[in-house]
Design a binder for this molecule. Sequence first.
Ligand code: UDX
Length: 434
Amino acid sequence: MRITMIGTGYVGLVSGACFADFGHDVICVDKDAAKIAALDDGIMPIFEPGLKELVATNVAAKRLSFTTDLSAGVADADAVFIAVGTPSRRGDGHADLGYVHAATREIAAALTKPTVIVTKSTVPVGTGDEVERIVAEVAPDAKAWVVSNPEFLREGAAIADFKRPDRVVVGTEDPDAIAVMEAIYRPLYLNRSALMFTGRRTAELIKYAANAFLATKITFINEIADLCEVVGADVKDVSRGIGMDNRIGSKFLHAGPGYGGSCFPKDTLALLKTAEDHDVPVRIVEAVVQVNDSRKRAMGRKVLRAMGGDPRGRRVGVLGLTFKPDTDDMRDAPSLSLIQALQDAGAVVRAYDPEGQEQASRMLKDVEFAEDAYAAAEGADALVIVTEWNAFRALDLERIAAAMNTPLLVDLRNVYHRRDVEAAGLRYQGIGRG
Ligand code: UDX
């Protein structure tokens, strides 16, 4: 199959490289000439484990190429994927479809033969209808099928998720489009993954429902963690105990500082807006959004409480800034509100993150950056694990204790056991471990 990917952001680039690896001919298009030039030189715009190598292999095999020329990319394609950004619109939380609509117009103008147009960007229900309308308006004589094919990739594990998905959801009921999509995902059949065809609006909603459900699961266990702290229970065991029930499942039950990232915050908000527009309240999702927002702010207070006394001028070491490990993505990271709360109270923050420091330095003010975890602990009155990078899982705790002014570890990801930390001479404060 000849596939063209519009947008070389996170989703477009990973999907393009993986489709090429399946054996398809893939052209990735982006308006940003500097980005395309960098990609041609093997420089990735994002940090994602394995991506650089995957791109290099498929470029060398001549299955993957990059261009700024959308028309040339679209002309020969069997399928054109729209993978441009859909950020939250300023002010109202609706998904901003400006890029999707603009890409659709350009694609429509460049069509030369029957083509499947696939929305991979996360788009509100009904966007496929709008894309179809725009195509008909711009190119009334063109033959095109508009299909929804949402992605479920986790940052940091995107390539594995793409190649071994739990399911692939394809929203179209048209037999011609189904045939093209089956051919595109045929390599997955070998892995017996589930390719699920459904109506287009249903596919669009599946993506939002999946993310809202996962955000709910996290938020649920976070609230149970708060209860654990007060009643003297351990949330890690509660999580294990309920997760072993197959009806519940063990994933996404890790209590922490609240979810962040490019998807959950934006998609839960967009789902609320869709529900509001249709006058169908989704009260659980509403509560999830509110609880998660206030949780992120509460994490600063939690650290200050553990420190006791006046925080002014005292040092806090922060380990991990990105919203999760194995990414350099800082979008809606819990570290942002945590650090703000600490600084508002007068504390001085020194932080270390294995990949996120460059991005973080653009978003944080007055934060010193350390060269490793031990340097972040130097002279500190509290050390806070905010993101569970592997590099923080086996720290030399005695060395940490010796480096600190007040040996206190606040472990917002429950990476450590209390007894190990206390044995090394540090006070320990986890999440939901009463
Ligand atoms: C998510 C979805 O998993 C993916 O399917 C979708 O396509 C995009 O959004 P991603 O944002 O990359 O992927 O990260 P994910 O691993 O899902 O984590 C999201 C946030 O939830 C992170 O801040 C993470 O720390 C937090 N989280 C996750 C928890 O606090 N506890 C958990 O048990 C799991």
